[in-house]
Ligand binder design. Structure first.
Ligand code: GDP
Length: 377
């Protein structure tokens, strides 16, 4: 018969709550001696139970955390199911980190910057997770972002966890997986969490919808067009850092800083009441890094104080609920074999102006409704 009812979609489950990001409990409850023992005893077994995954994550075991993230990324329904159960159990321990988005065109120095700032952060006794959203990774197999070889020191730092972009699926799907990975990283005690993305497309919007602070890296001397940065992305930025402010470039960077500051003044006031700043840095020489970190912390002081921090998290939680529904409905529709066939025919008719786009769309949607009715008989 029609349809794909045999597939179990976990998001459809009324009990599915993988999208709620709780405010979390503060401070994190100490891990009980029992759970550590249970975890160590079970670690050697290959097939872990949900509870074993959760125990492993809660004591910060990076191997177990990675395995759980692999489940999140898997498209196998059984893996998805286990992943969702793990997420639900980790949710009460999540929500306490600061989530920072970092974007900029390839070559601007994102990985060098993340390495420099990351090492500074871990030297302060903090645990940092670096995740990535690379919309092109489906084709390039994640070679652009989050590549461990690009962050040599950080990747061997026991207090850092680096995870490349999930590689399969639409941007929406990739973004959802990253958002779920944030939950597990937070439960594992990582704070802050960096989400890196390449500053050329829609991926910033996806990252913006899951972070608390957005940092845009830019270069001096290259025009905005050259840097592929759209005004909309500048408007999303809570801070801009002009990187490669070293050697002969220091003066130009200072000038660019003034120009961008002036440009930002022309933008409408932000909802958070925060005035975005422009700073300069050299990721390579490790200068200006501490100042940027201080600015980020100042921002958090500001938005936690005026309530915007929680407001934005709530908005994001709502957004992700709808995003997941949309993604799910879209997939069901477009992956339906009958729709696929009909779609091709309709497209041809539209191109030949035999029917209008709207009539074609309406017919397809009506047909889909009928399929669903037949399936539920
Ligand atoms: P990404 O593509 O944005 O991740 O950029 P990378 O971090 O890979 O850096 C691209 C190139 O710029 C590399 O050759 C880096 O060594 C260089 N680079 C990064 N940061 C700096 C910096 O602060 N100063 C200078 N002079 N070069 C830098």
């Amino acid at each position: 018969m029609f349809g794909d009812r045999s597939h179990h979609h976990i998001e459809n489950d009324p009990e599915y709550s993988g999208l709620n990001v709780n405010q979390g409990v503060e401070p994190l409850p100490p891990v009980s001696e029992d759970s550590v023992k249970r975890f160590l005893k079970n670690k050697k077994r290959r097939q872990l139970s949900v509870q074993q995954y959760v125990d492993g994550i809660l004591i910060g075991d990076i191997t177990i955390l990675s395995q759980a993230v692999t489940l999140i990324e898997s498209s196998k329904p059984a893996h998805q199911e286990t992943a969702q159960e793990i997420i639900v159990k980790c949710l009460p321990f999540s929500g306490n980190s600061v989530r920072i988005g970092i974007t900029g065109v390839p070559g601007v120095g994102k990985s060098t910057f993340i390495e420099a700032m990351g090492k500074y952060i871990t030297s302060q006794g903090k645990k940092l997770a670096v995740l990535a959203i690379d919309p092109s990774s489906g084709k390039t197999k994640g070679s652009i972002l989050g590549d461990k070889t690009r962050m040599e020191d950080l990747s061997i730092d026991p207090n850092a966890y680096i995870r490349p972009s999930p590689s399969a699926g639409s941007l929406g799907g990739v973004a959802r997986k990253t958002r779920e990975t944030i939950v597990l990283c937070e439960a594992a005690g990582f704070d802050p969490i960096f989400i890196e993305t390449v500053g050329v497309g829609q991926s910033e919007t996806a990252v913006h919808s899951m972070v608390d602070f957005f940092l845009l890296l830019m270069l001096a001397g290259a025009g905005d067009e050259l840097q592929g940065i759209k005004r909309g992305i500048m408007e999303m930025a809570d801070a801009i850092a002009i990187n490669k402010a070293d050697g002969n470039n220091i003066e130009k960077a200072g000038l660019a800083r003034i120009q961008y500051s002036n440009a930002l003044h022309l933008f409408p006031a932000t909802e958070s009441g925060w005035k975005p700043r422009v700073l300069t840095c050299s990721a390579q020489m490790k200068t200006g890094i501490v100042e940027i970190w201080k600015t980020i912390n100042e921002y958090f002081g500001h938005v936690k104080n005026n309530g915007y921090f929680q407001h934005r998290r709530n908005e994001q939680a709502k957004f992700w609920m709808y995003e997941t529904i949309n993604e799910h409905l879209r997939n069901k529709f477009y992956q339906n074999e009958h729709i696929k066939t009909l779609m091709e025919e309709s497209e041809k008719k539209v191109l030949k102006a035999e029917i209008s786009s709207f009539v074609a769309a309406k017919k397809l949607l009506d047909f889909y409704d009928q399929i669903r009715k037949i399936n539920t008989l």
